[in-house]
Design a protein around this ligand. Structure first.
Ligand code: FE2
Length: 449
C-alpha cells in the first residue's frame, strides 16, 4: 500500500506550475486537453498526487519530456566516503598492454562528475602512452608519496615532459605537490619517476557546452557555427555575428557611432583595434553587454596547460579564517575549477564556529591527520570524523568547518552553481524578489482562477 502512495508523489508541483506558465496554459485548458485520457478533473491540490500515467499524459499535452515535471532528488548538503569506501571503487585500466592505472572515485551527488584518485603504475623505464584527451577541463594534483612523470604530447620537450613532483619538506608537507590546469583535449599521461608508487588526484569536471555538440545544433547549424571560430579572435566574430543577429550592418553603425567604416571592418578582420571607449560605444549602440565580447588573454603554455609547482603554491601560504591555506592552480579559461591546500590545527570548542561557506560545491580529500568536520543542515550541526585518505563533498552555500589536526586538499567546481549561472543571476531584475519568487513559485501567469 505504501508503495502505491509513494508512486503517486512523483510530480514536483512547482515545476508543473512553471511549465503551465511557460506554455501559457490554464488548469481548465489542461483538463480539457486531458478529458479523453483521464476520467477526472485535476485541480492545483492534486498536482502532488499524480501518478506516472497522468504525469506522462500532461507532459505530452505540454510537449515536454515527463522528466521536466518530476521531482528531482534533493541535492545533499554533504557526502562522506572513508578511505575504505574509496578503496571499494578501485578499478584497473590497461593501456599499452600493461596495468597502467587504478582508478578510485570520490563521493559526489547522483549524476555529478566526480574527481578520481589514480595510482600511477607505468614503470619509470617506459615512456607512458598518451591518452586522447577530453572535452572537459581538469585540475590535477600530484599526491605522492613519490614524484611521477607527466607527459603532454608526442614530442618530448620541456612543455610535454615534466617531473610532477611531491613536496618532501616536512614543514610544509601539507602542500602536497605540484598541480596543473588542463584545457579541453590536452593529451596527458603519467608514469612513475621512481621505483615507488605515485598517485594523483584528478578532477575532470563537467563541461557547460557539451550539449552544443550532442543535441542542440544540427549538422548544418553546427558547421556554420564552426565558421565563426575560423577567425583567430572568436570574440570579434561573435560580436559581428551578434550585430547581424540584431539587423545591424557596419555602414549603418559607422554613421551612428562615428567610427570610420574602414576602422570597423579592419577591427573585425583583426587588422586594427578599437579603443576601450570605441568598443563601449559600439556595444552601447546595439544594446550589447560588452562583458560577452571583451577579449581576455589566458595564462598558459604551448599545450594550453597552466602548471603550478608546489614551490609556487608555498609562496601563497596565508591565513584564511581559522586555517592556513595555499592556493592550487586556477585558470581564467574555466572559472569554476579552483581550490587550495589547507592545514587545520584547532582544538574543539564548546561553541562550534562554522567559518567556511563557498558559492561553489567542494571536494575535500584528507591528506593527513585526524579532523572533525562540522556542517549545518536544517538548523542542526552535524559532526563527522575524518582522517587520512577519507573524502568529503560539500554543497554550495553550506556552512561548515574543520577542527582537529590535519591537512586537506580542496577542489571546488560549479556543478551546484556555475559561473554562467552567476553571470546570469547578476543580470536579474530586482534580484532578492526574483530569487525568492522563483523558488517554489505557486503563482500562475496571470489568469482569473
Ligand atoms: Fe584526464
Amino acid at each position: 500500500m505504501s508503495k502505491i502512495t509513494n508512486e503517486t508523489k512523483i510530480v514536483d508541483k512547482f515545476r508543473l506550475i512553471h511549465w503551465l506558465n511557460i506554455r501559457k496554459t490554464t488548469i481548465d485548458v489542461l483538463n480539457q486537453l486531458l478529458s479523453n485520457k483521464i476520467n477526472r478533473k485535476i485541480s492545483l491540490d492534486d498536482f502532488e498526487n499524480l501518478d506516472m500515467y497522468t504525469a506522462s499524459e500532461i507532459a505530452e499535452v505540454l510537449s515536454i519530456p515527463v522528466s521536466n515535471i518530476l521531482k528531482n532528488p534533493e541535492t545533499p548538503s554533504f557526502l562522506y566516503s572513508s578511505k575504505k569506501d574509496l578503496e571499494k571503487t578501485k578499478r584497473p585500466i590497461t593501456r599499452d598492454g600493461i596495468h597502467f592505472y587504478n582508478y578510485y572515485t570520490l563521493p559526489s551527488p547522483n549524476g555529478y562528475v566526480a574527481p578520481v584518485l589514480i595510482d600511477i603504475l607505468c614503470p619509470k623505464e617506459k615512456l607512458p602512452k598518451l591518452n586522447n584527451g577530453h572535452l572537459e577541463s581538469a585540475i590535477t594534483l600530484s599526491l605522492g608519496p613519490n614524484d611521477i612523470y607527466a607527459r603532454f604530447g608526442k614530442k618530448i620537450n620541456k612543455t610535454n615532459w615534466c617531473k610532477f613532483k611531491v613536496n618532501k619538506d616536512p614543514k610544509t608537507k601539507w602542500i602536497v605537490g605540484d598541480n596543473y590546469f588542463e584545457p579541453s583535449y590536452c593529451l596527458h599521461t603519467y608514469s612513475r619517476a621512481t621505483d615507488g608508487p605515485g598517485r594523483i588526484l584528478s578532477y575532470t569536471t563537467t563541461s557547460h557546452v557539451e550539449d552544443l555538440f550532442t543535441k542542440k545544433l544540427n549538422d548544418d547549424s553546427f558547421n556554420n557555427f564552426l565558421k565563426l571560430s575560423k577567425n583567430k579572435n572568436f570574440k570579434r566574430s561573435l560580436l559581428l555575428q551578434t550585430l547581424e543577429d540584431k539587423g545591424f550592418e557596419l555602414e549603418y553603425i559607422s554613421k551612428n557611432i562615428k567610427i570610420s567604416l574602414v576602422k570597423l571592418r579592419n577591427y573585425f578582420k583583426n587588422k586594427d583595434n578599437l579603443t576601450q571607449k570605441q568598443f563601449q560605444r559600439l556595444c552601447n549602440f546595439a544594446n550589447l553587454d560588452p562583458r560577452l565580447f571583451s577579449e581576455l588573454k589566458h595564462e598558459e603554455d604551448g599545450v594550453g596547460k597552466l602548471y603550478v609547482s608546489h614551490k609556487d603554491s608555498i609562496k601563497t601560504i596565508r591565513k584564511y579564517k581559522s586555517y592556513t591555506i595555499a592556493s592550487i592552480v586556477s585558470s581564467t579559461r574555466f572559472q569554476d575549477l579552483h581550490g587550495y591546500y589547507m592545514k587545520v590545527d584547532k582544538k574543539e570548542k564548546k561553541n562550534i564556529k562554522l567559518d567556511l561557506l563557498d558559492s561553489a560545491c567542494s571536494h575535500y580529500l584528507v591528506t593527513g591527520g585526524n579532523m572533525i568536520f562540522y556542517h549545518k543542515k536544517n538548523g542542526k550541526i552535524i559532526k563527522t570524523n575524518c582522517s587520512d585518505g577519507d573524502a568529503l563533498w560539500v554543497g554550495s552555500f553550506i556552512e561548515h568547518s574543520f577542527y582537529g589536526k590535519g591537512s586537506l586538499a580542496k577542489i571546488s567546481d560549479g556543478q551546484n552553481l556555475n559561473y554562467l549561472e552567476k553571470f546570469d543571476v547578476g543580470n536579474l531584475y530586482n534580484l532578492p524578489f526574483t530569487l525568492k519568487r522563483a523558488r517554489k513559485d505557486k503563482v500562475n501567469w496571470g489568469y482569473d482562477n
